[in-house]
Write a protein that binds this ligand. Sequence first.
Ligand code: DC
Length: 225
Amino acid sequence: MHEATRIIAIDGPAGAGKSTVARRAAEALGYAFLDTGAMYRAATWRALHLGVNLDDPAALESCARAMQLDMQETEEGLKVFVDGEDVTQAIRSPEVTRVIYKLDQNSGVRRHLVALQRQFGERGPTVAEGRDIGTVVFPKARCKIYLDASLAARTERRAKELEAKGLPVDREKLRAEIHERDEHSRNRADSPLRRADDAVLLDTTNLTPDEVVARIVQLAREKLP
Ligand code: DC
């Protein structure tokens, strides 16, 4: 019921700035924040950690279903626990990012995580971000936003994030990786990334995070009065 009334669905490609602005918009509106990418990352981390055969779809699904996942919003941002272990950093590792496609294209894994995402949304007003929120997870959400930005802008943002963590960055390689992830998200058979027909397109290429947050908050107030 509140699926339609109090859900803000934000989708878009890697590096469009979704999680930063979605979190801040949630804060401004007093909504809960749901980072669905973190859930696919957590499931991937668990499969790697337990040495599950990544080419065995049934084993990946069982592994995801058996996961005890706990996500907590804290002052320092989202904390993610799998089976009681703090994996907040580990789920962002290049190793997880490299093999995550094996899980995010697995229909059994998706079904399970989508069910958890809907349960989260049932609990109260939520800003949810991902790739299939407006199309699959909350198709009846009244406020849907599709965030996009040029490949060059997204590459530059990711590069700055990595550099801020003191990591070396090869921009050409990074650009190719982001492009490859775009292609994968858009072309996979189950829940490909696409803008829902009723989603507002917001191109963030030339916008600051503050401007994007303000626009989302304004849209939410218009659509969810
Ligand atoms: O947004 P992110 O980079 O943390 O997402 C991690 C991966 O999970 C990425 O490969 C896309 C996938 N994903 C998905 O398939 N569906 C979602 N709703 C969210 C993320």
